[in-house]
Design a protein. Sequence first.
Length: 311
Amino acid sequence: MKVVFAWHRPLMTVAALMVVCAAVCLAGLVFDHRIVTGVDTWLKPLKFSISIFLYSVTWAWLIAHLPRWRRFAHTVGTVIAVALIVEQVAIVGAAAAGTTSHFNVSTPFATTVWAIMAVSITTLYVCTFLTTIAVFFLRLPTASTTFAVRAGAVIALIGMGLAYLMTSPTSQQLANFQGIVGAHTVGLADGGPGIPLLGWSTVGGDLRIPHFVGMHALQLLPLFAILLGWLGRRLTVLADDHVRLRLVVVAAFVYVAVLALVTFQALAGQSIVHPAGVFLAGGWIIAALAVAFGAAALFVPRPRASVPQAA
């Protein structure tokens, strides 16, 4: 536990606050049955509580283990912690008021809140960009985990940036302004049928999907590398870290391909649960390439270093 407390404390404080916030949101789901944009008003802050918790813990650990730029990254991490709290306060406050926080410019107060959120989100993105650069100085015990963290940080930064695709007004909003500028759903108004808990649209494209997939590469790719390391102590085929590194590289490229696929699928207005045409074909192609390159990473022998011939 002492090691955990040595991690970046402001970010760990945010993580602890998100646990409390998640408990409040769960209570809200039980006792408050108001609906905002088609879902329970407390579902959105609950999802953000979980996401911010994961984000905060991950970066708290990474910053604490940096061999260089640690002091600078610690300062930047503190700014990130403040930005996260500002954003979550706005989201929870909007839920308590029974309204939406994002894209809301229906009143002067709502416009001010959205402007503050926009500043905090942009600050968060810039600071994450800086800490992502710092991560490239991080060296973990194995090459596979080091690559997984670096690739995950870059992909997560891309995923975070994809959120800006949601901030442009839709044609329907321009034609009939109702106080909302920006949307998650493409081709339809927000608030239609969605996947349980996640809320992603089942009838249209949803830009929250690539945002979510991209951001959580920072957790999923390192966890994949850690899992391979654990299996490497039990399976001979994974004992060599060069093999595990090749598998992580394949996983990273597959992850980027999936991220690109779901991004363009969302922009095309196609639901994630009803893939068709080029997007369905693209999914099968990515799956086939993942299997093929994964098998090659496992079974193609590593080239041996040439041994000089004796004269």
